[in-house]
Design a protein around this ligand. Sequence first.
Ligand SMILES: Cc1cc2nc3c(=O)[nH]c(=O)nc-3n(C[C@H](O)[C@H](O)[C@H](O)COP(=O)(O)OP(=O)(O)OC[C@H]3O[C@@H](n4cnc5c(N)ncnc54)[C@H](O)[C@@H]3O)c2cc1C
Length: 444
Amino acid sequence: MSKKQTIHVLGSGLVGSLLSIILAQKGFQVELYEARPDMRRADISGGRSINLVVTDRGLNALDRAGLRDKVMEIATPMKGRMLHDIKGETTFVPYGQKDNEVINAVSRGDLNCLLMDEAEARGDINIHFEKRCTGYDIKTKMLSFNDSEHVQTDIVMGADGAFSALRKAMLDQVMNFDYAQSFLDSGYKELVIPAGENGAFLMDDASLHIWPRGQYMLIAIPNIDCSFTCTLFFPFEGEESFAALKTTEDAAAFFKKTFPDALEIIPTLAEEFANNPVGSLVTVKCNPWHVDGQALLIGDAAHAIVPFFGQGMNCGFEDCRVLDDLLSGPDADWEAVFAAFNQERKANTDAIADMAIENYTEMRATTADPKFQLKKRVGFELEKRFPDRFIPRYSMVMFHPDMPYAEAKRLSEMQNEILNQLCVNITQPEDVDWTEAERLLVRK
Ligand SMILES: Cc1cc2nc3c(=O)[nH]c(=O)nc-3n(C[C@H](O)[C@H](O)[C@H](O)COP(=O)(O)OP(=O)(O)OC[C@H]3O[C@@H](n4cnc5c(N)ncnc54)[C@H](O)[C@@H]3O)c2cc1C
């Protein structure tokens, strides 16, 4: 029997772990290099519980590794947004209108551990921890690591995240390599709402909770241990900003004024506000994602996006599904596969990057606007009445994984014009002129 070809993958995060399983299933030996210690043995969370949202695109990719059911066992489904106003009054706005139109909260750490367990259990994937890639020489196909080791590669794939070392090497060595990174002027801090005294959720657990406040917002996502992980998205500088909240007293006073109902259920606010770091929010766009048939960027390394559509990981998982489709097996023509992958994904990842930024404005500001809620309801009604002509944007991205992101963006721009026109002088969906609605839909 001929020896299996070895692929070197950088980063055993969410995308690198799933990618490795998919490559191994295709008949490759995978050597996976991870900068951090093994999170299953060392606590690298700093005691924080960070979660994220898995949606149909991510689940479709997990299907390729037979892992949908295992992931759903550790997930909490959410049916909609629960909007909290300044008085603590709540309004529920559903995400979709069919029973299966839900999104799923999952612990980032648990999901990553599950993927690494599954990868290692196969026997054809070796994970090397505390091996930070420090460079890659395109001419010699040589990887270098923090411990001064050098590894000769045939094929290397960089799933090493938003600040990828492989991407840096490409930026330095590939002619005409396009690269742009932009940071939001807001960052984020994670906080925890613990389970109640009897071990129950303190708020509705089938909702993603949002406290929209115009220039900033707080969100809370449920965990399977009945706690919630809260994230405050907040400007770095300015009158209301991380910089302005200098002491724990400042933070408590700000929460009392702005998120009073949340403050009541975050008993450790002062301690967490002081100790938890502020993260930045970056969008990265680059091109090309590959060099000859030898190196490929994937996941955040190729296209980091801001988290406001809950799609960064889902999009990275979708990368893995597309690569799975393009790879015939061990005799792959890598140059052709990488070029086709880049071609198929680039416009789509650019589209979700832009939609994610737009969704930041929607989540922090417009969700609280009655017009936003009206447009959501009219959108659902259009979908019911004209299912072949109208699917709301959120649904296209979250619940229609076969619809490319770029197509969802294109259609949603047209739909927004229609919704604006239909909702201009009305306050309830019952007042929509449905004949005019059909005329507009047919015309567009
Ligand atoms: C606040 C926040 C909330 C989010 N919520 C969601 C959500 O709800 N849904 C969603 O789909 N996405 C969400 N995302 C985005 C999501 O976290 C990322 O898109 C996803 O983690 C990308 O996976 P990745 O494997 O490409 O990169 P990463 O998860 O960053 O993994 C990269 C891995 O590579 C390792 N590494 C880095 N450098 C090196 C190196 N030089 N050598 C070796 N290893 C290296 C890292 O240690 C890490 O393990 C969120 C992001 C943020 C910031």
